[in-house]
Design a protein around this ligand. Structure first.
Ligand code: ADP
Length: 394
């Protein structure tokens, strides 16, 4: 029977999953990609097959599917009926935090779970859901091997100087340091460059992962040197609903002068800021680009400004720049944002080829541009599937 791997990415109210087939001959490929949204409110399951054709689209009763465990039971039932000729050989999870310890994927054991629990305070909005999904699989099929793939792992190669904050040193020892996130996306790009863009793969590259969460990573010779995200995924660029880098004095001011509670500040920083907060319209870049409202334009200008500012900083850390790579929802799909970013990076030697950019070509800089620019679609799920396959020797 053909083996398949299940890849899970569990958020607070959503559960994304992909099923990868491992044919005896030929390469691994997705046979189903789906997500459950509205867990806890109005759960809805959507699944497409490997060719992107709709397999399932159904709304569920909230009283029956309120938890990750119940959602997984439904997914397991669906997979059993659709893939009767296949055997599920393992599950790979996106786990946001591997702490200071883990620089590689990890086979889940009771001891590993205990260790991963200790990182919940470092990522309270994500880690509990990631771990809940692991436990939910254990409930459905206790003997199934599971692998945790960390969003922080790719960045563990970073130098201590870049990981430090200027707090007393004991805070660093207690784990308050720059970790960096979106590591599975950056690792995918770094491992893909040797085949799609070999001329830059060993060079100094800045990758801009511009999705609803957004960050940038300085990569040299395929290794992470530094990134715009730090202790949490709040740092760095302006995002859909997060403000990115800001003066920590603002948090003190909100606490002390405006009397906001910690919970209210968390809500402000994770859900009400960024493109949404600045525009007052929404967090979807497509909507903002189509709008002629002055604050939509201002939000876009500030988004681009922050990227160009960060690009200068990352290029300085790399000691120069050979290439700029765009990826994720905005980076892969918005020629306009890429153009604005590249125009602001002209001082570094980026010369955009407008026609190639409009077409969304792989290479979007002119021949002879001192710094080349590229669009490389990311695939975090495939990265997780590769790690899972390798670690389980499937
Ligand atoms: P995440 O995985 O972080 O939720 P994605 O990488 O899928 O996010 O990116 C989602 C974002 O990409 C959306 O918020 C949307 O604004 C943006 N996006 C998708 N397509 C386009 C497009 N054609 N033009 C501009 N922005 C787009």
């Amino acid at each position: 029977m053909e083996k398949v791997i299940l890849v899970l990415n569990a958020g607070s109210s959503s559960l994304k999953f992909s099923v990868f087939a491992l044919p005896a001959a030929g390469s691994m490929h997705p046979v189903a990609v789906g997500q459950i949204e509205g867990l806890g409110t109005a759960p809805r399951l959507k699944v497409k097959d490997g060719a992107g054709e709709r397999m399932v689209d159904e709304q569920w009763d909230m009283s029956e599917v309120a938890t990750h465990a119940q959602a997984l039971q439904r997914i397991a039932g669906l997979l059993r009926s659709r893939f009767q000729g296949s055997v599920l050989a393992g599950v790979g999870h996106r786990v946001v935090h591997g702490g200071p310890e883990y620089s590689a994927p990890l086979l889940i054991t009771p001891a590993a779970m205990t260790r991963l629990e200790t990182y919940v305070p470092l990522a309270p909005l994500h880690q509990p859901h990631n771990l809940a999904a692991i436990r939910a699989v254990q409930e459905v099929q206790p003997d199934l091997p599971q692998v945790a793939c960390f969003d922080t792992a790719f960045h563990r190669s970073q130098d201590i100087v870049g990981q430090l904050y200027g707090l007393p040193y004991e805070y660093y020892e207690r784990g308050i340091r720059r970790y960096g996130f979106h590591g599975l996306s950056y690792e995918y790009i770094a491992t893909t460059l040797p085949s799609v863009a070999p001329e830059i793969a060993s060079g100094r590259v800045v990758v801009a992962h511009l999705g609803s969460g957004a960050s940038m990573c300085a990569i040299h010779d395929g290794r992470s040197v530094t990134s715009s995200m730090g202790f949490t995924a709040l740092d760095g660029l302006l995002m859909g609903t997060r403000p990115g880098n800001m003066d920590p004095g603002i948090v003190l001011y909100l606490l002390q002068q405006e009397g906001l509670s910690a919970k209210e500040i968390e809500d402000l920083l994770y859900k009400r800021s960024g493109l949404l907060g600045l525009s007052g319209i929404g967090n979807d870049m497509r909507v903002l680009l189509a709008s002629d409202a002055p604050r939509a334009r201002l939000a876009i200008e500030h988004f681009v400004y922050r990227i160009s500012r960060e690009l200068g900083a990352l290029a300085a850390v790399l000691g120069g720049l050979d290439a700029l790579v765009f990826t994720a929802g905005i980076g892969e799909n918005s020629a306009r944002i890429r153009q604005l970013v590249c125009e602001k990076a002209s001082w570094l030697g980026v010369e955009i080829d407008e026609a190639a950019n409009e077409q969304g070509s792989l290479r979007i800089s002119r021949t002879g541009s001192r710094v080349s620019a590229w669009v490389v679609p990311t695939n975090e799920e495939l990265m997780i599937a590769h790690h899972t396959r390798k670690l389980l020797a499937l």
